[in-house]
Design a protein around this ligand. Structure first.
Ligand code: 5AD
Ligand code: FES
Length: 356
């Protein structure tokens, strides 16, 4: 590659779109070049999204799932999991705590659990909406009519990762539903006025650097308000138990940096799986390399160990309050502050074009 990393960064900041091969190269830079890549992402994050970190408290309210995704620890075939549903009152109590603790948003996440009908979810959404919290749902693929009902009830945002844009790999990893259906769901969400989040896993078994580059480019096509990506981690009770990590760990961090450079206006969380990759420092490093969102786990203690999508998930022995103290400490150490507002999509809060 004839270009220096500085030239690359200038180009990316000016909105240049690299090719798959160029991105694959940028994912593997080393030494000073790696540092410059992370710094460039951090400076774009600061200039466009500001220094405040948005806090979205996540409540994992059911680990029951009708699907059998090959990578996921709560897939229906995993008989070793004790299944739970958190009673509605306890979900609402937790949401009320989230508000007291300073979260602007509550994220309700579950497996694809048919018990939670549109009506049941809408009831929860209405109650949380009345607490003056923004609501993100992460419930998997749902029919358009159900998504419309959630929106009607007051849900603001929806997260649904595409996981990989390689159709063959997607089909191999997801025996239950095709890629097109997921894309249809993301289209429906956008049309219904949701703020839309998606993303992918980094280092899926069989994925090449070029696949990873294509996933990065795909996030641009989807025009996302939020992009959540984290390392794939092999769960021992899944068919992918033998799969290893990427040989070069910095690729995981470079992915987030490039995500920021390609999507300057997106909300990008420092996802929990980074703390499983690098204990206690992973999420901090991501916050210093492009991310501007943190999602503390607010799931009540007794359920936490049962929502293990991947091994070594952090904070499983904590309660929600502890995770809030932890994030305050982390931000202080990083010289960042906690955002006070809802942290809506950039396109909604910056219609006039300023960077507030
Ligand atoms: N490793 C890392 N991330 C995983 N997820 C599910 N299983 C794993 C795993 N083994 C991620 C998926 C899903 C999100 C909720 O968690 O990307 O969309
Ligand atoms: Fe539950 Fe994939 S295993 S949605």
């Amino acid at each position: 590659m004839a270009r220096t990393i500085q030239e690359w960064m200038t180009g990316l900041k000016a909105g240049e779109l690299p090719t798959v091969e160029e991105l694959a190269y940028l994912l593997t830079v080393r030494g000073d070049d790696s540092r410059l890549l992370l710094q460039a992402a951090d400076s774009v994050r600061a200039a466009v999204m500001g220094d405040a970190v948005h806090i979205r408290g996540i409540i994992e309210f059911s680990n029951i799932c009708r699907n059998d995704c090959l990578y996921c620890g709560i897939r229906r075939s995993n008989q070793t999991v004790t299944r739970y549903r958190i009673p509605d009152e306890e979900i609402l109590e937790t949401a009320a705590h989230a508000k007291e603790w300073g979260c602007g948003t509550v994220v309700l996440q579950s497996g694809e659990d048919p018990y939670y009908t549109a009506e049941r979810i809408s009831k929860l959404v209405r109650a949380i909406h009345a607490m003056d919290l923004a609501i993100t749902l992460s419930l998997g693929v749902r029919p358009r009519a159900e998504l419309a009902a959630f929106r009607e009830a007051g849900a603001d945002r929806y997260l649904l990762r595409f996981e990989t844009c390689n159709r063959e790999q997607f089909a191999r990893l997801h025996p239950d539903a095709p890629f097109e259906e997921r894309i249809r769901c993301l289209d429906d969400l956008r049309e219904l006025g949701f703020q839309v989040g998606s993303g992918f896993m980094i280092g899926l078994p069989g994925a090449s650097l070029e696949d990873l580059a294509r996933d990065l480019l795909f996030t641009r096509q989807l025009q996302l308000d939020m992009i959540g990506c984290g390392p794939f981690l092999a769960h021992p009770d899944t068919p992918l138990r033998e799969s290893g990590q990427l040989p070069d760990k910095s690729v995981y961090y470079h992915t987030i940096a490039l995500l920021r450079l390609l999507n300057p206006h997106a909300h990008i969380p420092a996802t929990t799986a980074f703390d499983a990759l690098d204990k206690e420092s992973g999420r901090n490093r991501v916050l210093e390399g492009g991310a501007n969102v943190f999602m503390p786990n607010l799931t009540p203690g007794k359920y936490r160990k049962l929502y293990l999508l991947y091994p070594d998930k952090p904070c499983v022995d904590e309660e929600g309050g502890a995770c809030m103290l932890c994030i305050r400490g982390r931000l202080r150490a990083l010289g960042r502050k906690m955002a006070t507002g809802r942290g809506d999509a950039w396109r909604l809060t910056n219609a006039g074009g300023n960077n507030a």
